[in-house]
Write a protein that binds this ligand. Sequence first.
Ligand code: AGP
Length: 608
Amino acid sequence: MCGIVGYVGPKLATPILIDGLKRLEYRGYDSAGVAIMNGKGVETRKAAGKIARLEKAIFDDPPHGTLGIGHTRWATHGPPTTTNAHPHASHNGTIAVVHNGIIENATTLKRSLEARGYVFKSDTDTEVLAHLIEAAYAGNLEAAVIEALHQVDGTYGMAVISSAEPDKIVAARKGSPLLVGLGDGEYYLASDASAVLSYTREVVYLDDDEVAVLTRDGYKILDLDASLQDKPVSRIDWDLAQIERGGYQHFMLKEIFEQPTTITDTMRGRLLVDEGFSKLGGINILADDLKAVDNIVITACGTSWHSALIGKMMIEELCRIPVAVEYASEFRYRNPIVRPNSLCIVISQSGETADTLAAMREAKRRGARTMGLVNVVGSTIARESDGGIYLHAGPEIGVASTKAFTSQVVALVLFTLKMARLRDMSVEKGREIAQALAALPAQVQSILDRAQEIENIAEEFKRAQNFLYLGRGYNFPAALEGALKLKEISYIHAEGYPAAEMKHGPIALIDEMMPVVFIAPHDAVFDKITSNIQEVKARKGKIIAITTREEEALEGLIDYEFRVPETIDLLTPVLASVPLQLLAYYIAVKRGCNVDQPRNLAKSVTVE
Ligand code: AGP
């Protein structure tokens, strides 16, 4: 997720753009830049790092002009360097482009443009847009943009300026938000209202496949056939804080509700449903080398360690490769067994966790090939691993990880699918997994649509002092994750356990004051978990069950039930974790806790 701003009017553009980018910094903050029409042409200034770095870089000699565009980046293609920062210039330097989204056919378009003599400077997909628009330009900027966009597959919120038409900004939207702010003789462009709220509350929201043309004299909205669109003007009533959180009370809730989109983004361009296969270009491992892998170590911390446990189960079940899951903090100080054909998978949302980074370096020293599952592009773990799978889940601001966890599991399924189909998995089995993945976003949405049911359950347990979370198989790690979510934001003590293991000790804790969450999908071990539920019931435990169908066997045993859609076993943890995220969230809110920044915690633990 990146931030885009634009301005055309009587005032100097640079200060307005910098102010707008600062308002959008929560959308992405690894590099930034502006392009200003300075009377002689397009002047572009960029810097890696936060907006403050850009501001400092241009402070003594700011670009001078009253029209420009700006961008704050959340890298998806190419590390966050100055070269990769937006705006990107076209071949002849007359055009500058900023972009938020993913151009899925960027590689194909880049090869075609290079064959026509266009020279690329960056690793980004966005630079393709700049050259495409230059190649299509024939005297009208919006016509060139429309022609270029007809060649593009993927998503964009984009803006472009050209020294050939120095009084015009053209913008377009498909899948990434964009709005036009209406001032008095001046017009703004922004990814969301937070960047224009200081100047105007009157906005026009672009819809997908719409193009905006802004000049000093006014604006117009076109479709991709260049037909004029009649768009309503909306008034923004939100305050700034509400806008940054997309109208949600907390970033954590926003990120929980983003999961249908983020799971889609994790799979975007990677899931080949008909072939029952996955395409993972970033892992940088040849098929033969992947087939030669005969043991895997997965190392991580916290929530990422929980997704590692799920990964272990699916890789062992479907690829028949032994997998060891190691706490990174333990791995780095043990004398771990790493063999020449070991693959070390390193899972980290931030890509900066000190223990995980150290564990990866130790695995590399011992000869393992490393593969990162990371959310933050260009982070240290991403850069130092031999290859990897970016989650594309967008910035996760809430300290408690939610969307990163579900995207980690999805990325692990994509990897497992590839590995298994390189071995002896049939195309039919591959298709079954791929189809289940494709159905996941809508299934998560159906759960989110019933969030009120979870809030009602949270109301009953907001004063609990302890919780037990129980699951079997793939859902044992989901139980651990549910417990971690609750304890880290509500400060209620909570433990996750394999359901059968509860008999070997924790059952002593069960009484009418102990809520017990069971993850009880109708899978191969449902009868077993029913017995565990009966054992808890016999001791008056309060039972909350996450089920997948109406279960006669549970009649009279459970106190609260929340049903999630059925899916294949290895994806049940994704569906089960969403109500548990919401349960933790609502209980924490009802306890007055600081949900986004819980006490004692940091979003990225960069110390030992
Ligand atoms: C999860 O909710 C916690 N914030 C924490 O356990 C986190 O998962 C852990 O610190 C690992 O972070 P990473 O994924 O960025 O490496």
